[in-house]
Ligand binder design. Structure first.
Ligand SMILES: [Mg+2]
Length: 123
């Protein structure tokens, strides 16, 4: 029997979190948890690492890049989909330097995020 794959969504926008959840909620054997900023999701990760983290870039309290830096310090490795607006080129470059190679452009497009989530969970 497959265990549930844990998907964490960290985004300060309730609307965006709901949007993402509605797109992926029907994938089989997943368990979704949502967080409003980087600090909240890091606390959860230190307790239990996810199978996938969908991480917003711009958030209060602790932003996405600082989450990536902390994960690197902690030597924690799991798939991350990093969400940035198209114009945030330097943010993307910094994320790549921190080892991120999967990006979702904001505004998020339904088919694109669903494809990416499915392919990450398959691998
Ligand atoms: Mg945001």
């Amino acid at each position: 029997m497959n265990r549930d794959r844990k998907i964490y969504i960290a985004d300060d926008s309730t609307v965006t979190r709901m949007f993402i959840i509605n797109i992926i909620k029907n994938i089989e054997n997943i368990k979704i948890s949502e967080f409003a900023n980087g600090e909240e999701v890091l606390l959860a990760i230190e307790n239990e690492t996810p199978d996938l983290l969908i991480l917003d870039s711009v958030m209060p309290v602790m932003d996405g890049l600082n989450v990536l830096r902390r994960l690197k310090e902690l030597n924690l490795n799991f798939p991350i989909l990093f969400c940035t607006a198209d114009i945030q080129i330097t943010t993307k470059e910094k994320a790549m330097q921190l080892g991120i190679n999967e990006f979702i452009n904001k505004p998020i497009q339904k088919e694109i995020i669903l494809d990416k989530v499915l392919s990450i969970l398959k691998s």
